[in-house]
Design a protein around this ligand. Structure first.
Ligand code: ATP
Length: 362
């Protein structure tokens, strides 16, 4: 078992530049389930690493309680938390062989040699390191070094694995490969994994659930599907998905009609109840680029500003009601800049947000 609970966790640092205090994590409350792969994602400086370090005990929270398996660990030393952390820079010992790197922690724990050998054999087998045990870290590729860092965590057989941007030093192709390996490893080990990244694609592909953070605050905790389909606020809506969701101010004219300048769109039947309190008010209309289609019958006439061919898909940039909008269309659809085309907005897929609170409507 390995559940982790954050109960109203706040972390402040003294702000050396401005004086006073800086809040890195603000009243975070959530539960990580046993054997879950949970990913923290958010822009640089939003408090992801600080959250991870508090789980490990490397940073002490200013307020709130942390529980691991229902045990309050506020005062439990990092080495007694049964947690292994894998860092961005791997932190391998350069003068030791791979085998020595893997066994170092275990020898310090005074574990028997035969047991150490078994653990190293197991970890090297699942990570494909068997042929590399005699080498030094400098004789390995980036991906192999990454696997050694993982191996060092695996041999300890901890309750929880913490990963802090472990793939960020790898090139794009290797990153994709390691991502698949990590997902497989999670299934094989059946361990609780908490993973930090600023890369939303990594978060969406690895996480069973994702914690989206911004400026120290948890914005939403949900499955990748839920974050994509029902973002709770404009930050999550704009952060998850690539290219980002388009936002255009709109007026709710009635519970069935939404106006954007001279265009009037029909509000889908299943959203009419939620918009009723907003009749006569401005809201923020959101639509993802993949939900805008080229359509000869479409009721939105646009002039293409920029056309980008990406291979499997193409991006069309245009201006709508003085707002820049992107549509993602199939790779077979080619348009020239300057061309006039018709588009359809897939209204069933629209998102509406309260302009004052930035929260989702409906
Ligand atoms: P990144 O993706 O850039 O690593 P992050 O989301 O992991 O960012 P944190 O490392 O958790 O962000 O930092 C959150 C905020 O707290 C940042 O503004 C950072 O400057 C600040 N911070 C972190 N550690 C300290 C510290 N020891 N002293 C003062 N401020 C700190």
């Amino acid at each position: 078992m390995a559940t982790i609970v954050f109960d109203h966790i706040t972390k402040t640092f003294s702000d050396t530049k401005k004086g006073g205090l800086f809040t890195a994590v603000d009243q975070a409350t959530f539960e990580i389930k046993d054997k879950e792969f949970l990913v923290f994602v958010g822009p640089s400086g939003c408090g992801k690493t600080t959250s991870l370090r508090m789980i490990a005990g490397l940073e002490k929270q200013t307020e709130g309680n942390i529980y691991i398996d229902d045990q309050l660990v506020n005062h439990v030393h990092p080495k007694d938390r049964d947690i292994a952390m894998v860092f961005q820079d791997y932190a391998l010992y350069p003068h030791m062989s791979i085998e020595q790197n893997l066994s170092f922690g275990l020898k310090n724990m005074k574990i028997e040699k035969a047991i150490i050998n078994d653990k190293i054999a197991y970890a090297s087998k699942i990570l494909g390191l068997e042929q590399l045990l005699e080498r030094k870290p400098r004789e390995l590729s980036g991906g192999q070094r990454q696997r050694v860092a993982l191996g060092r965590a695996i041999v300890r057989n901890p309750k929880v694995f913490l990963f802090d941007e472990p793939l960020s030093n790898l090139d794009a192709k290797l990153r994709v490969q390691m991502r698949i390996e990590l997902a497989e490893l999670h299934q094989r080990l059946g361990a609780t994994i908490v993973y930090v990244t600023h890369d939303q694609v990594e978060a969406m592909t690895l996480g069973q659930r994702i914690v989206v953070m911004n400026e120290g605050k948890v914005q939403q905790i949900a499955s990748p599907q839920e974050l994509y389909a029902r973002p709770e606020n404009m930050f999550v809506a704009g952060f998850i998905g690539s290219p980002a969701m388009n936002f255009i101010p709109a007026l709710i004219e009635s519970n069935s009609q939404l106006r954007m300048a001279e265009h009037v769109f029909e509000i889908p039947i299943n959203q009419r109840e939620q918009v009723t309190p907003y009749i006569g008010q401005e809201v923020m209309f959101g639509i993802r680029p993949e939900h805008i289609h080229l359509d000869q019958e479409g009721d939105v006439d646009i002039r293409v500003n920029v056309f980008e061919h990406l291979g499997a898909e193409n991006l069309i940039y245009f201006t709508f009601n003085n707002h820049s909008v992107i549509a993602k269309v199939s790779g077979e659809q080619f348009i020239r800049p300057g061309e006039q085309v018709k588009m359809t907005l897939q209204m069933q897929k629209m998102h509406l947000f309260n302009l004052e609170t930035n929260q989702r409507i409906g």
